[in-house]
Design a protein around this ligand. Structure first.
Ligand SMILES: [Fe+2]
Ligand SMILES: [Fe+2]
Length: 245
């Protein structure tokens, strides 16, 4: 095919795909609309639905890696990279540098509420148990100061939640549980190195962490989303967020 033919073929494929009806998952619209009400807009009669790659998004490689998700599906990740760099500077154990690098990937690419739990679940099959544990519990620990390691209640949280905010009972319970756990300090390392706001003048590149990822993230050979791990489907949902079924 000539270049022009290729461009035309791509364009054709794009328009074919875009003719497909995109139904948003209940979770995307719940709140904006009452999930008990019928879908808006309804599927036009006879319309086919999106069943794979959404052409409005950049195409993922056949065997996606964690780095591909960072680059093609996650929102801004300077916060994560700057936290990881700070952890490295503070001499944190390398596998926990990885924990810092991925601690908020749920916010960056999946679901915000209970992000620590979601992120931990996403990565559990691919990281050391302690890394997943630390990511899970950083969310609860963030609400509780530990002056012994120089961690105070985040000023940002006062701004975001108000000074009368009380964490939910399950957060308090999970914090208490984590406090008495042998890996308490691992989750704390994430909190200590978790920057509230990234420095706009510092630009960290993901490539800085290629080796850390290579050593501590077990990339499945089939690609994230195509292995048979218990969380593979979650990666596929991030890859194909508008897939109908
Ligand atoms: Fe977080
Ligand atoms: Fe964070």
């Amino acid at each position: 095919m000539t270049m022009l033919e290729r461009a035309e073929a791509a364009e054709h494929a794009l328009s074919e795909q875009l003719e497909r009806f995109v139904a948003k998952s209940a979770i995307y619209t719940s709140g904006d609309k009452d999930p008990r009400t019928p879908a808006t807009p309804p599927r036009p009669a006879g319309a086919r639905v999106m069943m794979g790659h959404d052409p409005r998004l950049p195409k993922m490689p056949e065997k996606p890696t964690l780095i591909d998700f960072f680059k093609l599906r996650f929102g801004p990740t300077q916060h994560l990279m700057q936290s990881a760099r700070l952890a490295q500077k503070n001499g944190v154990d390398e596998k926990l540098v990885l924990a810092c690098l991925i601690h908020d990937i749920a916010i960056a690419g999946f679901i915000r509420g209970d992000h620590g739990y979601w992120a931990a679940q996403l990565v559990t099959p691919y990281v050391d148990e302690e890394v997943a544990w630390a990511i899970r519990y950083h969310q609860a620990q963030r609400f509780f100061a530990d002056e012994s390691v120089g961690y105070s209640y985040p000023k940002l949280y006062l701004e975001l939640f108000g000074d009368d905010y009380v964490p939910d009972p399950y957060i308090q319970r999970d914090y208490e549980y984590s406090r008495n756990h042998k890996w308490y300090m691992s989750a704390r390392q994430i909190c200590v190195n978790d920057l509230y706001a990234f420095d706009a003048n510092v630009k960290v590149e993901l490539e800085e962490f290629t080796d850390v990822i290579g050593r501590h993230f077990k990339q499945p050979k089939e690609g994230l989303g195509f292995d048979a791990s218990p969380t593979s489907h979650m990666w596929r949902t991030i890859m194909w967020p508008t897939k109908y079924l």
